[in-house]
Write a protein that binds this ligand. Sequence first.
Ligand code: FEO
Ligand code: CA
Ligand code: CA
Ligand code: CA
Length: 689
Amino acid sequence: MNDFNKDLVEIDSGDEPMSNLSDNPHFSTILEKNLSRRQMLTGSLGVAVAGMFGASGLSSIANAAPGLLPPAAGVKPPFALNPALSFTALPVLRSDTATVPDGYKVQTLAPWGTPITGTYPVYKANGSNTGAEQEQQVGSHHDGIHYFPMPSDPNGHGLLCINHEYVDQNIFHQNGATLVNGQRPTDEVRKEIAGHGVSVVEVKKDAVSGEWNVVNGRYNRRVTAETHSDIRGPVRGSDLVKTLYSPNGTTARGTINNCGNGYTPWGTYLTCEENWAGYFVNKTGRPREHSRYGVSTSNGRYRWETAQSQEDQYVRFDASVKGTTAIEDYRNEPNGHGWILEIDPFDPNSTPKKRTALGRFAHEGCVFAAPQLGQPLTFYSGDDSQNEYIYKFVTKARYTKTVKGDILDEGTLYVARFNDDGTGTWLALDYNNLAFQAAAAEAGVIFKDQADVLVNTRLAADVVGATKMDRPEWGAVHPQTREVYFTLTNNGSRNAGNIDAANPRGPNPTGHIIRWREQGNRSWAEKFEWDIFVLAGAENNSQVLPEQGGPALTQDNIFASPDGLWIDQNGILWIQTDMSGSQQASGPFGANAMLAANPVTGEIKRFLVGPNDQETTGVVSTPDGKNLFVNFQHPGDRSGVNSFTSNWPDSGAVYRHPGDASVVSSTSGARPRSSTIVITREDGGIVGL
Ligand code: FEO
Ligand code: CA
Ligand code: CA
Ligand code: CA
């Protein structure tokens, strides 16, 4: 590793920096006041309370929960609400390949570098593809994913939308990244920009072999960190997004650090801009809309702003004040990032839209509650940094079967307060809301208009006293009951002095999953009840459904750092882990994995373990539940230049079963590639059941 790469790795390790310096309380300060329904325990597991399903013990939950709620309107059976997880749980293990239970098989699909458009440039195994070639290939570091079925063959033909979070320069370039007299070679920058973003890939299952293949079809598309996007919603036209490129503040370029995802009931893809702030630099004094998000004062994460050609599309990553007014420079360029971007996968010529009403933060996932005709539509999204918040957006317009994306441009953004008594409140971040105005006045914070509130979403949430969480990652909404689950991946800055009932362990290196039910089962309600689904960790520091006195995790299911989350058509809660390299290498948990959980009983079983140094992230299936698409991101995450800690998948060992004689070691020398995998059952059945 040369010094430049070492420097980048150090920056990289600050991916989820803590930039919440507000004195908005960790709710430990209100613990003593507000224990009417719950009681704190002093043990390492924190709380034990009467949970939202009642206090009569784990077994009663299995009986009680399914009957409590009617199905959401428009949601059709079949549902295995109490899904039997019939596979044999995988043990803790490490192997440079995918491991799945007996009876399952795995193939790769659309790994980094797969040609999908233009001249279909082939992937070069030595990393020597150019920037222009990368623009026509699947990007790097697969993350969120969704499958849009083709109506004519929904379970065998569709469009995959795949997020590409970032690039690992040691793997991405033939000889790592270079810096010449303080400047990046332009084509390296061009290639890295093209490695980011989203791929839309048409995929089809071969009727004979059962293998999925990429189709070189007209829907295939790359959206990258350079793609022109429209700014929609309240921030459109605001002074805060006017730049040299967009003097009227209506457009932005590119989508960066696309981590979790979502989709909409009208068939579009939502990609979430997470750790975008670190890609920018501001050397002339950061306004609050830069500092509260962690825009750098020294250099961008990959120094794109230094590209040798100094063309406009690279210079814009330097947000320093250079001109007389904002339309003469890129001081506002970072304000065009941190949004939910909507992409119509079925219209490859459509302009992606930044839906600013949903707020600006380090978005990680964006999931909707099952729509109800004639009612507002609700989307949930977490802000993945230490001590940041969970948000929801409720549309102003009512849902009908003909609504489209513009319904996302008007509505109310809320942030969550988790009270220690098991209740919760959604606090409006609305310039015209009297309570919000009063809170801002009390805090001495001035917002000019709703665009100002949204560009400064984190500050607005500080002002109203939202609950600081242990890094909110993905959410999942049960398609039938509308209960909402959220992963809280871990929090190195939580400590015994600032725990609260919703974040009950300090420090919290292993994370937990919280869930809630909106008052009256109405997703737009301003009150909710919550409990903890699982405190992750080793056998001696974990518990399922702690508020009902559930069991500790075992060798069948210990895990840490839950991240990706999805509830499938049959009510299986899929949990994906993103442990750090060292936690994977030496911890009790083995490699990053995906587990299946029954939300009713709390049963959890390890289903999939990935190759060396990857994280398992993004999961979706075909509508029949028989083809599960999952992403392995950054296999070989701790590689040096031409010294790789994983060789998956080009090593040839795509997957194995736990009983196979030996683990696979990384010795083939092949360059590791992030990839989607497809998991199917050998008997053609539904995955997981
Ligand atoms: Fe990109 Fe929050 O992990
Ligand atoms: Ca994540
Ligand atoms: Ca993560
Ligand atoms: Ca990650």
